[in-house]
Design a protein around this ligand. Structure first.
Ligand code: BGC
Length: 953
């Protein structure tokens, strides 16, 4: 979205000259003559407002008939014109003449856009008419400010894109018009005047007047803040899938990939909502692509607007992370030569989570043309080639609304999609009833520089939504849209996102790339975190792609949740509650494997039953490969417990622990104790976990993986302590759980025995933790080969080859060190770092590794090494490091990034005395600050390079 400023449009009154003062004097005289109380302060509300609306405000509800009203307006205008006659070139406001000279020298065209019908007279009196490239006034467009039309009109007349044209305005309504037009702007006047605008739209560039303005100030205004905007310049079809992932927007209920509204051949458009799973072959169940709310077709004199047709003269796109808005600006030439500026903006409303909103503005640039906009709901969607929907009914609602009722083919979930289209003050809307794709059509003749604005609001409601009464989904969707409008929703969106960031932002000074990447990754997590539903959780690819089919892994608890637990704990709670609601599935899995208690599925979906596919095609898509993780990657049960304990420790939410968390931790502890295999060795007994997969999935069917064993031991220990806590504080709850889970003395004694005798290969002499038995008997691979690989080492060596080699997919021992960091001494840290890091497939093994490696590096005081790993994680999606960003956001990497900053570089710990930090900033970071929520209170941590620390809150 970065544009060079090619033109400037000035408002007249109060910007170029103080006719605002004349307006005030004219109104004051009229008011005095009529005996209406009116002051200079009252006049503030009339700024930038049309004459008739100004009179309305001045009259303050006094009844006046139309003839008198007109006569009053004429009188005011006559007084005003009389005052105008006195204007001379000396009345140019400070800085105007210099700025005009500056713009002339820089070849930047400029003009005036004023709502005033006297603009031409004023310009002539001021002696500047010969210098203006364009003068547009209240006669030029039908809709006045704050509608965007006048400024878009001026930009088109100047021959520049809206984004290339700076608007200079002194009125709040004018600034609003510029923002809505998609144009950069400069607000002149006191800050209070623009406070409401800033509340609705975010910060604006403001000055008291134009004196001393430099060209670089103007250029900067057109550049979106580089640490808040992810941008794309120019359209490259070959990158479209990567960009779709990057530009995903959402609100915790649904997310939509950043595909183009009008579509593009081969695109992977996708909207996914939590919990809307349907059956598929092989992967068992997947999130179904929802009917497409972006559905849009534009024609220009019968020619289809799409980027593979005609000529794309300009394309820029930007994701405004700070406000949750996706914007795009296109200048497109139709095959017949007609040029159109098309601006898109869309968002998934964070405050109304069922609603998506989009605004399209079409401006004819070089000739008049006939445009049509057809938009509705496209039910003809699939997941790749697989169809998930039956469409049961569809219909029209009122003048400009429509709806589609659909049902998933196997899981029989109902989904209503409703849409409402409006074209403020303009063309009527027609309805077209295509089966499975109801649409509304707007058609209009556009004069040169005229704009057609189409606003569309869409609402999804599902039969599985947590609602009080099971009302008809269609009625719910339509009711949700009733009375809503784009601008109000947008203002809510801006406010909601500003306050989200107040709670969770990380600020990094001295590294804009890292700053932007951190915000981008956090943004992608927030949009996929369920706000109001605690029966769903975040999949490994968030809601941004079909990778892993929406299934939930340990990625959520170990990588993603800490960010939420420490900043937005209500969202963490929802996702932990998902584990409570799916406990029955975990019990079924344990029972199915012949064990007591609850064993969480490696991949989990709606019910908590195991949904890991047993077979998947290999990387060539030629052969089927057996996937063992669903059978034997068992550490996830301890990972869930770990996340619960962390949530409890940070929030102090005893109610959650008592009512839900304890049951999860205790029942999964039963599983561990039962799964542990008792063995007799040299007349002594011990416990093993044989035939498992640890976090390093290059090796399957291993024995006594240290991560698994040690986390199971920690889990059992934690469960015993928890039971003691429950006995003490909530004895009735403790009794009930003891009965329900059969936690008798023999059972607890067995837990203690497992804790004491579980195999933990930790060499006391060196501190080496053995990843699994026999690991160092495997074939040694030259670390240089691993460091230089351009493909995954599993592809290089083959599945069996990797299995037989000392090469690691992702942090395993290092993971364990991080999670239980204070239980290991410095030598253990160092030895294991030295041993395992050189043989890890850092780039192509797993995206889960780098962020924890960054954290681990900090623990051994190698923050600059840590930074290298950190940036690998930071760029994972933005730079498509592994070439698979099309599948969706790497959620674990995104969550790990937060931990690398907070636990790694800042060294944050929770101790019995509260929060402590032990900073180890990368050497080029000047300052790091972040917020966390600890036991309900907001805490701000500030760390300067060199170690000065401030903790406030
Ligand atoms: C990783 C797992 C991870 C899964 C989903 C696999 O490649 O090895 O640790 O849970 O991807 O992200």
């Amino acid at each position: 979205m970065s544009n060079a400023i090619k033109a400037v449009v000035f408002d007249l009154d109060g910007v170029i000259t103080d006719t605002a003062e004349f307006h005030y004097q004219a109104w004051q005289r009229l008011a005095d003559e009529e005996g209406i109380p009116f002051t200079r302060a009252d006049n503030e509300f009339l700024r930038g407002v049309s004459r008739s609306e100004s009179l309305q405000l001045l009259l303050q509800g006094r009844p006046v008939d139309d003839v008198t009203r007109q006569a009053m307006m004429d009188r005011k205008n006559a007084y005003f014109q009389g005052l105008l006659e006195r204007l001379t070139p000396r009345d140019l406001l400070p800085g105007v003449a210099d700025l005009f000279d500056l713009l002339d020298r820089a070849n930047v065209r400029f003009g005036i856009a004023s709502a005033s019908r006297n603009a031409r007279t004023a310009v002539e009196k001021l002696g500047i008419d010969g210098r203006l490239a364009v003068l547009v006034d209240g006669h030029s467009v039908a809709r006045q400010k704050p509608a965007p039309d006048l400024f878009r009109h001026a930009a088109a007349r100047l021959g520049v894109l809206p984004g290339e044209c700076l608007v200079v305005e002194d009125a709040a309504a004018g600034i609003e018009a510029a923002i809505r037009a998609g144009m950069p702007c400069l607000a002149l006047g006191p800050a209070e005047r623009f406070a409401e605008i800033e509340r609705r739209y975010g910060p604006v560039w403001r000055r008291d007047d134009l004196s001393g303005i430099e060209l670089h100030d103007i250029e900067a205004a057109a550049q979106p803040a580089s640490t808040w905007w992810v941008t794309q310049e120019g359209w490259q079809a070959e990158h479209q899938h990567h960009m779709e992932t990057i530009f995903t927007t959402g609100n915790g209920y649904f997310c939509s990939r950043g595909s183009l509204e009008e579509g593009y051949p081969g695109d992977h458009a996708l909207t996914l909502a939590h919990g809307i799973f349907d059956d598929i072959p092989i992967a068992i169940t997947e999130l179904a692509n929802l009917p497409n709310w972006l559905d849009l077709m534009i024609t220009v004199d019968g020619q289809l607007f799409r980027l593979d047709q005609g000529t794309c003269l300009h394309f820029s796109r930007g994701l405004d992370l700070r406000h949750g808005l996706l914007r795009r600006q296109v200048r497109w030439q139709a095959p017949d030569g007609t040029v159109l500026d098309v601006t898109f903006e869309r968002f998934a409303s964070y405050t109304r989570e069922h609603i998506g909103a989009m605004r399209v503005m079409l401006t004819a640039v070089n000739r008049a043309c006939h445009v049509t906009v057809e938009t509705g709901i496209d039910g003809h969607v699939s997941n790749e080639d697989l169809l998930h929907w039956h469409h049961l009914a569809q219909g029209q609602h009122g003048e400009s609304g429509l709806w589609l009722l659909s049902q998933t083919r196997h899981s029989e979930l109902d989904l209503a999609t409703a849409a409402m289209v409006s074209t403020p003050g303009q063309s009527p809307v027609q309805y077209r009833q295509c089966p499975g794709q109801p649409r509304l059509i707007v058609a209009q003749e556009l004069d040169v520089a005229q704009t057609l604005q189409v606003d569309k609001l869409v609402c999804y409601t599902a039969s599985r939504d947590p609602v009080e009464q099971a009302a008809n989904v269609v009625e719910r969707a339509l009711a949700e849209l009733a009375g809503r409008d784009y601008d109000t929703l947008r203002a809510e969106q801006v406010g909601a996102w500003e306050s989200l960031w107040d709670d969770c932002d990380i600020e990094i000074e001295g590294d804009d790339e890292a700053q932007l990447a951190v915000r981008f990754n956090l943004f992608q997590l927030i949009i996929a975190a369920p706000q109001h539903d605690d029966r769903v959780s975040m999949g490994a690819k968030t809601l941004s792609g079909l990778g892993y089919r929406g299934h939930v892994f340990w990625d959520t608890e170990i990588f993603i949740l800490p960010f939420f637990t420490f900043t937005l704990p209500h969202l963490a709670r929802n996702m932990l509650m998902y584990r409570y609601h799916t406990l029955e599935g975990a019990r079924r899995k344990a029972a199915g494997n012949g064990f007591n208690g609850a064993q969480y599925a490696w991949e989990s979906a709606a019910t908590g039953d195991e949904v890991t596919p047993a077979w998947v095609p290999d990387h060539n898509g030629k052969e089927l490969v057996r996937i063992w993780t669903g059978d034997i990657e068992i550490h996830i049960s301890a990972d869930v417990a770990y996340a619960i304990m962390q949530y409890w420790q940070v929030t102090g939410d005893d109610g959650f622990m008592r009512d839900y968390g304890a049951e999860i931790i205790l029942d999964t502890a039963r599983f561990w104790a039962d799964r542990a295999e008792r063995e007799e060795v040299d007349g002594r007994h011990r416990y093993s976990f044989r035939d498992v997969i640890g976090p390093d999935e290059y090796h399957d069917h291993v024995d006594n993986n240290i991560y698994t064993n040690r986390m199971a031991q920690w889990h059992l220990q934690t469960a015993l302590e928890l039971l003691t806590w429950l006995d003490g504080l909530y004895p009735a709850h403790a009794r009930a759980l003891r009965d329900k889970l059969e936690l008798d003395d023999a059972c607890l004694q067995h837990w203690r025995d497992v804790i004491d005798h579980i195999v933990i290969h930790h060499d006391p002499a060196t501190g080496l933790l053995l990843q699994f038995e026999g690991f160092f008997d495997l074939k040694r691979i030259d670390p240089a080969v691993i460091a230089q690989t351009e493909r995954s080492m599993q592809v290089v060596l083959g599945i069996e080859g990797a299995n037989a080699s000392q090469v690691i997919k992702q942090a395993d021992v290092i993971m364990l060190l991080c999670l239980l960091r204070d239980q290991y001494d410095a030598r253990t840290w160092q030895t294991n770092w030295d041993t395992y890091m050189p043989i890890t497939d850092h780039r192509y093994g797993s995206s889960l590794g780098p962020s924890f490696h960054a954290w681990a590096a900090c623990e051994i005081d190698r923050a600059d090494d840590g930074y290298e790993h950190f940036m690998l994680a930071a760029r994972a999606d933005l730079h498509d490091v592994r070439g698979n960003a099309d599948d969706g956001i790497h959620g674990a990497s995104a969550g790990g990034l937060w931990q690398a900053v907070v636990f790694g570089f800042a060294g944050l710990r929770l101790t019995d005395d509260g929060i402590t930090v032990q900073p180890r900033l990368p050497s080029h970071w000047r300052h790091l600050s972040f917020r966390i929520r600890y036991r309900g209170g907001l805490v701000r941590v500030d760390i300067a390079q060199g170690g000065a620390v401030q903790i406030t809150g």
